[in-house]
Ligand binder design. Structure first.
Ligand code: NAD
Length: 458
């Protein structure tokens, strides 16, 4: 299998100065620019994402004592759709692109999962991400199955018009699978609310009516949800509060290091600061900054918006992009890329809590080391599930044509994150496993139960 690269951890919600400029569209709207994909590199310790996803599944399935029949269903993706499609470029030439939409499991509801635009998007990566979406939706107990999509493209090479054409044609190609009641895409790496708006419009044009619920992560003005932009960082902070409570750690005065000051990392840093934490180290792809006295992430955000990076902020000490991972702190928030916490890094982690805001930041080897060292790891499928939870709220609001205010969104998000944390924690304690295994076991048992109850057709 091909190596899965570090994906560009690019927010679906770019802000000026962070992801770069916005481009004025001919119709006067502003089109958020797409940030460059991250450099590619093999995954740490030689596994690709699909290998890792299946390895994690096997471990949890063993502990749950799942039978061979159930494993055969859950270990594979239900539908794997590959499409090749032409797009006419601005210079009149035609280029063919390859895209994917994979539905891992639909036993608990319609497929849910983002669309990734990345030069190295491939079937294995999309399969892994689809499987993780199944477990993530099941952990927070929202009625979705897992899906994911991708197009092998470097969006930096496309003009806004070409990006729109590609998005519309890809939407048409995967139309047999997607729909408000069958499979609901969302933004992922290098896709954003504007891309979701084009997808929604294309689908709606073909149906002949407006179907806002076909995608989530849309702009609020066309059926998006209040609070969606901050949802992942906010949910992550809710889980940190629960972990701190279990450890008897007072968040007021606790120190925090954040790798990746994008949508999720910056939101988490701001909310933790507001809870009284001291933010002592932060990095992005350009480098990092540290100050053991702590600094104000709200001001840092303004600096990033002005300069495009956290580097050079105030009276801080320069550090590298990876230094926050091993910085002296109570809470570490990896909020950048996959496979940052390798075995070698894990040996040097000083934090008491690692809150996996990013997807897959920890390799399986590093996981075992952190567990042995007594580090409290909040696993990604729990820690960053706030995003898909508010996507669920968006879908519900779209279907009901009735919209909630942000206070209601945040209250419901808090309820779901706290409940899910408690359930994962209890599962881990009952089976004497770490929280990742606890989360996987909880999720897999829910999906297995749905599969059993529905039975086989025909
Ligand atoms: P983002 O692009 O807004 O932020 C990513 C940040 O990571 C940027 O500041 C970037 O400069 C930085 N970065 C990139 N490479 C780095 C490196 N080598 N070292 C340090 N920093 C680096 O993306 P985001 O939406 O905040 O997503 C971050 C992570 O959270 C990703 O793993 C994503 O899959 C995951 N996630 C995001 C959401 C969401 O709703 N946005 C939901 C679930 C999971």
């Amino acid at each position: 299998m091909a190596d899965v690269r570090r994906s560009a951890a690019v927010s679906p919600y770019p802000s000026p100065g962070h992801l770069g400029h916005t481009t004025a569209a001919p119709n006067g709207w502003s089109i958020p620019s797409i940030a460059p994909p991250a450099p590619t590199a093999p995954l740490g310790e030689g596994l690709n994402a699909w290998d890792i996803a299946r390895q994690q599944f096997d471990l949890a399935a063993d502990r749950l004592g799942l039978g061979a029949d159930e494993r055969a269903v859950l270990r594979n993706c239900k539908r794997e759709f590959t499409v090749h499609f032409p797009v006419q470029l601005d210079d009149g030439s035609v280029r063919s692109f390859t895209g994917y939409r994979v539905q891992h499991n639909l036993a608990r509801g319609p497929g849910k999962g983002g669309i990734r635009y990345h030069p190295q998007a491939d079937l294995d990566e999309v399969r892994a991400l689809a499987m993780w979406m199944t477990w993530k939706c099941a952990v927070v107990n929202i009625p979705f199955g897992g899906a994911k999509g991708g197009v092998a493209v470097d969006p930096r090479e496309l003009s806004p018009t070409e990006l729109e054409k590609l998005t519309r044609r890809y939407t048409l190609e995967i139309e047999p699978l997607i729909g408000p009641h069958s499979d609901i895409p969302a933004p992922d790496v290098n896709t954003d609310p504007q891309v979701m708006a084009w997808m929604m419009d294309t689908y709606s044009m073909h149906k002949g009516y407006t179907a806002t619920a076909v995608v989530t992560g849309k702009p609020v003005s066309i059926g998006g949800s209040e609070g969606r932009i901050e949802a992942t960082g906010r949910g992550c902070v809710f889980t940190i509060q629960q972990a701190a409570k279990r450890l008897g750690l007072d968040l007021a005065g606790s120190t925090v290091a954040v790798q990746g000051f994008g949508n999720v990392g910056a939101t988490a840093a701001r909310l933790l600061h507001d809870l009284g934490c001291r933010i002592v180290a932060v990095s992005d792809a350009e480098g990092g900054i540290a100050d053991i006295r702590g600094f104000d992430p709200h001001r840092l955000l303004r600096h990033r918006e002005e300069t495009g990076s956290v580097v050079g902020f105030g009276d801080t000490t320069p550090i590298t992009s990876s230094d926050p991972l091993t910085f002296e702190c109570d809470i570490l928030v990896p909020a950048a890329l996959e496979n940052q916490l390798t075995a070698a890094v894990a040996e040097r982690v000083q934090a008491k809590i690692v809150a996996e805001a990013a997807n897959g930041p920890t390799t399986p080897e590093a996981d075992a080391i952190l567990h042995d060292r007594g580090v409290f790891v909040i696993p990604d499928i729990l820690c960053n599930a706030g995003g898909v939870t508010v996507s669920y709220f968006e879908w519900v609001q779209d279907l009901q044509h009735f919209f909630w205010d942000e206070a209601e969104i945040n209250r419901q998000l808090h309820r779901i994150m706290v409940r899910s944390f408690d359930q994962v924690y209890r599962m881990a304690q009952e089976h004497d496993v770490d929280l990742r295994q606890g989360a996987q076991m909880l999720a897999i048992s829910r999906v297995a139960e749905a599969t059993r109850l529905r039975g086989l057709y025909p």
